[in-house]
Design a protein. Sequence first.
Length: 402
Amino acid sequence: MKLVQYGAGNIGRSLVAQLFSKAGYEVVFIDIDKEIIDALNRERRYLIQVKDVHSENIWVENVRGVDGRDEEAVINEIATADIMATAVGANALNYIYKTIAEGIKRREKPLNIIICENLRHMSKIFRQNLALYLPEGFPIDERVGLVETAIGKMVPIMPDEYRKKDPLLVWAEAYNTLYVAKDGFIGDIPQIDGIVARSNFDAYVDQKLFVHNLGHAVTAYIGYLVDPENIYIWSAIENEIVRGIAESAMWESAHALISEYPSEFNESNQQVYIDDLIQRFGNEHLGDTIYRVGRDVTRKLGYNERLIGAARLDLKNRVTPRYTALGIAGAFMFRAVDEKGQMFENDKKFMDELDKQGLDYMINKYCGLNQSEHKELIILIKHAYALLDAWDSNIAHHLRRQ
């Protein structure tokens, strides 16, 4: 049995490949990082170091790599795969649709593709783009299973000194579950420990994005404002103010989700979910940074993303997103730096543009909000921004009154 894993990055190596390798699959990585591909072919295994209360070393065996620029080799691997997964980042998908389509055209059997890109409705986006490279009338729905995922595993940035010693080494938390859309598969669902298939999958994608990703981002943004010198997420969530705002924002989303998906969610299972997340955010051993979690604010402020998307869902379900608005406002003030003292390049450009154009312009351009449709949310964001901008010794008192 063979899994073709398109993308040999953190999620591909630490989660998907690990689960399939453990189940007896050969794992073939496709990537354009020559150093990683060469190392995979040389070593034929790699190490995952679990950074949690109980540390563990996991060797992932029976792996090899193919250079993504060798189109014919990639097509042959796809044509002979039992199942495939992608974890390349949404922006890179446009570069691989054509090659995937060529591999599908050479197959006799259907191919299930597990899409690990953390975007809502990713199967529809994938199908539309894949169809551009398939013959007219190609029976795509009978030949290709497009399986959405909700990825909750947290993988920190590897410091340069460790990457140089071993480019294949991955650090990750102990959490090792991959939720997949049951209805996306053609034929039997692989029986793999750690893969959990769910129906009504939109509910679980929204929960991941609007509770987990939201809470993580709010922890980073408010944590940075509370202490710009602090480096780590675990330290931020230990702060009473940060934890209170993050947890309250997560509950705003949870209440909206309970209204939106009453057959899936309730107060009890959302309490368990949020409590678990806060505990995981506080994992000191993982060493996850405020910079990594908060960076790329232009993407995270997107209309359907973890902040604005959550606030819109709240308002749709008559939940006022006061604490979510604080997280959104915090994103407009986020200037965290990496271990070299450098801001994420796109974030630096964003902040320069904010200084020149002002908040109203940025809310419209990057959040997709306008006064005619989103007046209430804009007011909440601007009020939160003014509050955070006036940060002083009485901030805790002001925030508790929200």
